[in-house]
Design a protein around this ligand. Sequence first.
Ligand code: AHR
Length: 645
Amino acid sequence: MKKNLIVALSLLFSVGMWAQHTMTVNVSKPVAEIQPTMYGIFFEDINFGADGGLYAELVKNRSFEFSQALTGWTAFGNVKILSESPCFERNPHYARITEDGQLSRAGLDNEGFKGIGLKQDEEYRFSVYARALEDKPMKISVELVNSHGENRLVKEVTIEGKDWKKSTVVLKSPFTDAHSRLRIVLLTPGTIDIDHVSLFPVRTWKGRENGMRADLAQALYDLNPGVFRFPGGCIVEGTRLESRYQWKHTVGPVENRPLNINRWNYTFRHKFFPDYYQSYGLGFYEYFLLSEDIGAEPLPVLSCGLACQFEGNNAVPLDEMSPYVQDALDLIEFANGPVTSAWGKLRAEMGHPEPFHLKMIGVGNEQWGEVYPERLELFVKAIRAKYPDMKIVGSSGPGAGGKEFDYLWPEMKRIGVDLVDEHYYMTPDWFFANAARYDNYDWKGPKVFAGEYASHDHASGKANNFLSALSEAAFMTGLERNADVVHLATYAPLFAHTDAWQWNPDLIWFDNLKMMRTPNYYVQQMYGMNAGTHVLSLLMDGKPVAGQDQLYATAALEQSTGEVIVKIVNAAPHPAVTQLELAGLGKKKIVSGSQIYLESGDLKTINTLEQEQIVPRIRPLRVEDKRVELSLLPYSFTVYRLQIK
Ligand code: AHR
C-alpha cells in the first residue's frame, strides 16, 4: 500500500520533468504473422533438470548402473552387486541382499537427489523388481526415513519365486521433509536380488505413472509455450560421440533404457557432480507426451555426427554417417509413422497410437566450421526426400556473431534449412542494445530460432535479477516486431536445482519440495500469454521504439478477440507518460483495457524459494475513444490489452 502511494506520488511530481511521448499503433494493416510457436521452452538435463528435477523419480541410481554401482546407496549388512542372469539386459546390475539371521540387519538406503522430498499425506508408489533365492516367501520392509534418521513409515512387501517379478506398494508419508531417505531391509533370513528400485509421487503431472513432478510441469504449462525443444543443448552432442544423446536408447520400457553419464557431471571442474547420470526415464516418448500435454510443438534436436567441438574434434567420417541420418528418419517415423511401421508400432506399444504430429527437427547444436554443413547436408537431403514438409533447423554456432556465425549463416541459406538456431548468453547491456538486431535481417531467407538466450549480469554473479529480466523483455520487443524473421524463441536453460546446479541463470529454480519462478520466467510468461497473432506497426516519431529514451515497444493484434496488445519496457529509473493512439480504427473504438506489469525500484531484486518479490501485477486502465494515456513505471515491463469494438 505504502509502496503504491510512493509510486503514485513519484509519478505525479516527477512525470512533468521527463519527456512525454506519443506512440501510434496502426491497427488497420497487420505487418506480419506471429507464429504460434514464437515463445517456447528449451529443455536440457542440466542442473539436475531431468533426473532429480522434472522427472518425478525420487530414487537415484535405481538400477545400480552408475560407474560406482552403489552411488546414492548406503548398503548395510551383506549386500553385493552382481550382473549374472539379470532382470534387464541393458541395465544388468542388481543388488543381492543376504540376511544371516544374526542381530545386524541387511539392506539399502537411498539418498535420493540431495535428499528425497516427501510431503505429509502425499502418496508415493514404491516398486521393485525382485526374486528370492529361497523356496519360501521373503519379506522386506520399505521404510520412509526422515532427515533425523527416524523411520516414520514402514510397509512390508513379500518377494516370492525364483523369477524376477515386480512388486508395488503405496506409502502415505506421515511427514514433510526435503531430505528424507528410502530404506529397504530384508526381514526374512536368506537371500534375495533386487533391481530397478523406484519411488514416485502418485500425484504426478496428469497422474502419469512414469510422470513429471507436478509443480514443475505446471510451471511449464503456465508459460503457454508454443514450442518445446529437447533434449538440449550440449547434451545432444556428447563430449565424445559415444556419450551423445541417442534417442533410441530412451524409448521402450524404462527399466531397459541404458544409462548414460551426464556431461554436466564433469564439464566444469569447479562444479563437479560425480552422481549426475541420465537414466532416460524422461526420454523421447515422454518429451513428445509432455509437448502434447503443455500444448507446445515438439522440436527434437539430434546429433549431426560431431561431438562437442569445445571438447575436441570427434567427428564421424562422412562415409560413416548413415546410421546418424537413419536415426533422424526413424525418429520422424517414431513420432508420426503409422502403427504398422516399425517405429510407429513402438510408439503405439508405449501407449500413443496417434501420431505426435512432429513438424520440425533440429540437426546439430553449437557446431562450427566446414565439418558441420557437410554433415548437415546429408540429413537435409535424406529428410527432404522422405518427409518434404518437415522443417529442418540448422545452427549458426555458439555465438551471437563473429567469424563462425558469419560463415554459417550463408551456408545455412545455401543448404536451404528452414530455420537457423542462434544462441546468445550476453550482458544486459547487450540485450538492451540489440532490440533492433533483427530489423534488417533478410526476411526471405531461413527463419530465426533464437534457441538459447539469457541475459547474464556478471556484476551480480549472473543472478536471475530484475535487470536481466527487464533487458530480456526489451530485447524480446525486437523479436516480436520482426516476427516475419523470428519464428521461435526459447530462453535457456530452463531448470536448476538449488543444491545441484552447474549453470546460471536459469528460468525456474527448485529444491526437493518447492519451486520458484524467476523474474525472467514472468517475462516469458507475459509474452507467452499475450503473444497475439499479427504484428502491428507501432511508431514513435515515425520510428520503431527500440531504446529511445530507454523505451522499447511492440504491438500485436489478437485476431480471435480483436484485441490490440501492446508491450512496453521502460528501462529508465524514472516514470514516463506515453500517449498511445490507435490509427486505422475507422468507426471502431477502444471499449476497455487492462494492464499487467512487472516492476522493481531495485534492478538487483531476485525471487527466492521463500518469496517471489517480482510477480506480475495488475492495475486498472482508463481508455478513451481511440487513445490511452499510459503511465509507465520506472524500470517496468507492461502488457496492455485493448478491446476494440
Ligand atoms: O544452456 C546451457 C548450454 O549452453 C547448452 O547446453 C549449450 O548449447 C550452450 O552452450
